[in-house]
Ligand binder design. Structure first.
Ligand SMILES: C[S@@+](CC[C@H](N)C(=O)[O-])C[C@H]1O[C@@H](n2cnc3c(N)ncnc32)[C@H](O)[C@@H]1O
Length: 392
């Protein structure tokens, strides 16, 4: 493909991504993967270039752009190589008209930037939300040891005790060490959230919103496969990904439980007041993960944010019922909005006088309310709020 044809293709893909964001359709990654599958003439260099153009254009536009072309023109304002490619050539984009719309820049839609600023995420902190995420691994201590594991590429230790960092884009899933379960791909922030659980061998631990089990596997390793680890979620698809992952990782103490939305407690009632630790890795707006998922900021609106904060409070209250006296509840969210983090945790403490905030140490992060906040700018991790409460 010519460079101009790559730009035109990226514009058309951006149109599809914008439409999908408006209608809550397929995510950008899936739209790209489908296009690549159906257009085999695009070679690996074309695919890489198109992906780079599309995601750079998404990052360049704060609010949802009016069109893919307007988004690309926005990117052209910061990348001098792009404007000359609007040359009207075969398969390339038409020349730029004098009054053509250029999409707005910024970090996020105005209402969302204002909410972030109220949560002290502005300036460089806000811009870093749209940086490039590194590729972090967690060495699986059930099968390997960070000090002795050798991998096919150069790695650096991260702040997490079992963490390694690699060049983004490294195809680690093709390595034999991945197939043997010696490591998992996991952001340092997620690894540190699991550290806050302080799961011990022999304990009863519940990962209430386990999803595909990224954090469950870290908890199983911390427990050395000893004790009871229950992984639950309302999403059957996500939860079903856990078993093969657990098998590869050699995690043998995990029990999965599928929950019915609004009737979550039914599947967990035998665990009422039984758990040493319950982790709530809450469904959230994901403002801390825009480095990986920049178009998420086009999908969020105030109604969705209210729905999420209400759901977080409900899940929090469910989790409280499962913690035994003397046990602990760990609240984690990959959002940097206080209404989903420090504010949500304070409201929980208000509702549940038998819980009090507990201090815990992490190698990085800054205090936020009664918890700890990790940010891409300050800590080089995805954005997280992590808090812990003990039950009397
Ligand atoms: C942030 S994700 C969890 C990610 C996962 N812990 C990991 O490390 O890969 C939040 C999860 O909460 C789940 N969820 C949503 N509503 C829920 C509910 N009412 N009860 C339990 N889980 C719920 C979602 O399906 C989603 O998998």
């Amino acid at each position: 493909m010519t460079p101009a044809a790559r730009v035109q293709t990226s514009i058309e893909l951006l149109d599809a991504i914008i439409e999908a964001a408006k209608s809550k359709g397929a995510p950008a990654d899936r739209i790209l993967a489908d296009w690549f599958r159906n257009n085999r003439f695009a070679g690996s260099k074309d695919r890489r270039a198109i992906r780079e153009l599309v995601f750079s254009a998404i990052r360049a536009c704060g609010p949802i752009p009016e069109s893919g072309r307007a988004a690309m023109l926005r990117l052209a304002e910061t990348d001098d190589a792009i404007a000359p490619l609007f040359d009207g050539s075969n398969y390339g984009p038409a020349q730029v008209g004098e009054t053509e719309a250029v999409a707005n820049g910024g970090v996020a839609p105005q209402w969302l930037s204002a909410r972030l600023a109220k949560s002290a995420v502005e300036g460089q902190e806000a811009e870093a939300l749209l940086g490039r995420a590194p590729l972090d691994l967690r060495v699986n201590t059930l099968k390997a040891d960070r000090a002795t594991l050798t991998l096919p590429a150069e790695t650096a230790n991260t702040d997490a005790p079992n963490g390694l960092r690699l060049e983004p884009g490294t195809q680690v899933e093709q390595w034999p060490e991945w197939r043997e379960g010696k490591f998992e791909v996991q952001d340092t922030g997620s690894q540190l959230a699991c550290l806050a659980v302080d799961a011990q061998p022999g304990e009863t631990v519940i990962d209430l919103c386990a999803g595909g089990g990224g954090k469950t596997l870290a908890l199983a390793a911390a427990m050395d496969n000893l004790g009871k680890l229950v992984a639950s979620d309302t999403d059957r698809n996500r939860l079903s990904r856990l078993s093969p992952r657990a098998e590869r990782a050699g995690a043998t103490n995990i029990e999965t439980r599928l929950l019915n939305p609004k009737r979550e407690f039914e599947a967990l009632s035998d665990l009422e007041g039984q758990a040493d630790a319950v982790m709530v890795d809450a469904p959230c707006s994901g403002t801390g993960t825009w480095r990986r998922n920049p178009e998420a900021r086009w999908r969020l609106d105030e109604g969705e944010l209210s729905r999420l904060t209400a759901l977080q409070a409900e899940i929090f209250d469910l989790a409280a019922r499962l913690v035994k006296p003397g046990g602990r509840l760990i609240y984690v969210t990959c959002s940097l909005l206080d209404e989903e983090g420090a504010g949500q945790f304070d409201a929980f403490l208000q509702r549940h006088q038998d819980f009090t905030a507990q201090q815990f140490d992490l190698p990085v992060g800054s205090p936020r309310g009664n918890g700890i906040r990790l940010t891409p700018y300050h800590d080089g991790t995805d954005g997280f709020f992590i808090a812990r409460a003990g039950r009397s």
